[in-house]
Design a protein around this ligand. Structure first.
Ligand SMILES: NC(=O)C1=CN([C@@H]2O[C@H](COP(=O)(O)OP(=O)(O)OC[C@H]3O[C@@H](n4cnc5c(N)ncnc54)[C@H](O)[C@@H]3O)[C@@H](O)[C@H]2O)C=CC1
Ligand SMILES: O=C([O-])CC(=O)C(=O)O
Length: 261
């Protein structure tokens, strides 16, 4: 499987190391990268034996089977449909882009037209399997996420010196205000009740070092309560290590014939 990578930050470099250096994706290799910061992308291309493209069209033409976006919501919006129209599967990290209903609809249409797949990894959270089962008979009543991060992981809250609720509202509002922190709320919305009905609470807490997410849901199945306490990525405290692992796991599982969960 020939992979292309958009974005060479934390998740991008994690994937380059895991796949191209450590061989953790059987039969797969990142052969092309497209990055905005030319110098660092060229350096990574050299370090991990891959090709760096400045021009998106040439990147897409480099005989790829699948493209992984690990950049930003804006990049996902700009390139997502082009990848699918080019006949390649797509893995999105910046899942917040799917909060835009018109864009999400377009992604669904284009992927059907071109017979390609879009993968939305569970990212820095879990519990999506429970929500999907719970809503099989439309009997999922409420879903919420409470995110607690150190202030330095929340760009707008760096001067906070005591535990502070910095946001309460819908997932739809949360992703607009915190596009680098609330992708989790949108993947949760997609698995559950949608971004208007999924509720979010964000807490900046100078006493914590981990990024934690508490997922709660109720429905005819009973109750869900699941908390992940994530170690942050070393170079980007906003992003949890689990988010990078989930992208790799999505790639590792994509061609399995026996599906768990
Ligand atoms: N689904 C989830 O649970 C999670 C999703 N994320 C999201 O995943 C994405 C990647 O995260 P990180 O690797 O930690 O971010 P990062 O900030 O470390 O790296 C992003 C890279 O993308 C590059 N970039 C930005 N715009 C670009 C463009 N238009 N074209 C090409 N490259 C571009 C930047 O120069 C940077 O190198 C972010 O959107 C982040 O918010 C992060 C954590 C959890
Ligand atoms: O990595 C995390 O803990 C969550 C995150 O930043 C996001 O969903 O955007």
């Amino acid at each position: 499987m020939r992979l292309g990578l958009i974005g060479c930050g934390n998740i991008g470099e994690f994937l380059l190391k895991a796949i191209n250096k450590d061989g953790l994706l059987q039969g797969g290799r990142i052969v092309s990268i497209y990055g905005r910061r030319e110098e660092s992308a060229a350096h990574l291309a050299d370090k991990y034996g891959t090709q760096f493209y400045r021009d998106f069209g040439s990147f897409l033409d480099s005989n790829l089977d699948m493209v992984i976006e690990a950049a930003t919501i804006e990049a996902a919006k700009e390139y997502g449909c082009k990848v699918l129209e080019g006949g390649k599967d797509l893995v999105l990290s910046s899942i917040g882009v799917m909060a835009d209903d018109a864009f999400a609809e377009r992604i669904r249409e284009v992927s059907q037209q071109h017979h390609v797949n879009v993968f939305l990894p569970s990212g820095a959270i879990g519990g999506l399997d429970v929500l999907k089962s719970a809503k099989a008979l439309n009997e999922l009543d409420a879903v919420s996420i409470t995110t607690r991060k150190p202030p330095r992981a929340l760009s707008s809250a760096t001067s906070i010196d005591k535990e502070t609720v910095i946001f309460e509202g819908s997932a739809a509002e949360a992703i607009k205000l915190f596009p680098r922190n609330m992708n989790v709320a949108i993947v949760l919305s997609l698995a559950g009740l949608g971004s208007e009905k999924t509720t979010v609470k964000m807490i900046a807490d100078p006493e914590v070092v981990k990024n934690s997410h508490l997922i709660e849901a109720t429905g005819s199945f009973g109750k869900l309560k699941l908390e992940v306490e994530n170690d942050p990525m070393p170079n980007n405290p906003k992003t949890s290590y689990l988010a990078a692992l989930s992208v790799l796991a999505t790639l590792q599982n994509k061609d399995k014939t026996v599906h768990v969960g």
